[in-house]
Design a protein around this ligand. Structure first.
Ligand code: ASC
Length: 148
């Protein structure tokens, strides 16, 4: 523990970001964290999808709120894919093809920001237009990096 603290302090002093895995006491905690984040993400994404696909009535206020939560939560899972946190539905390829994984995660975050902006517009057509590309950005990453 003392050693870890000294190391963390040294890293902070050096102006480095701590490796994401250092934020979690155990790999299992990182797996739970990212699964929790994706669970929350899927709920809010699903609520927007229901409106975009006409399965739920369009509610501008709810759309805005879901978009805000979505864009925030979309930032969270990635720090929980640090070295040594293999497990859950994550394919080992995540740790072998990190540039590709990062690119797809950034694409997804960018699409959720666009979706949140569309959800805030109060315009259902904008929500519909932004939903498809956002869903595709989820799927693209799942196809390469998530076990079924
Ligand atoms: C969802 C959800 C996903 C994505 C994906 C989009 O609502 O839980 O994983 O959308 O199915 O293709």
């Amino acid at each position: 523990m003392k050693k870890a603290c000294a190391w963390a302090l040294a890293a902070l002093v050096a102006g480095m970001a701590l490796p994401a895995s250092a934020q979690f006491a155990k790999a299992e905690d990182a797996v739970k964290y990212r699964q929790g984040a994706f669970t929350v993400l899927a709920q809010h994404f699903g609520r927007l999808g229901a409106m975009a696909n006409g399965k739920a009535p369009f509610d501008a206020k709810a759309a805005q709120e879901n978009g805000e939560v979505l864009a925030l939560v979309a930032k969270l899972p990635w720090a929980a894919f640090g070295a040594g946190t293999e497990g859950g539905k994550a394919k080992p390829e995540i740790w072998k093809e990190q540039a590709k994984f990062n690119e797809l995660s950034e694409k997804m975050q960018a699409e959720t920001v666009k979706l949140a902006a569309a959800a805030k517009s109060g315009n259902l057509d904008q929500l519909k237009a932004a939903f498809g590309p956002a869903a595709a950005s989820c799927k693209n990453c799942h196809d390469s990096f998530r076990n079924r």
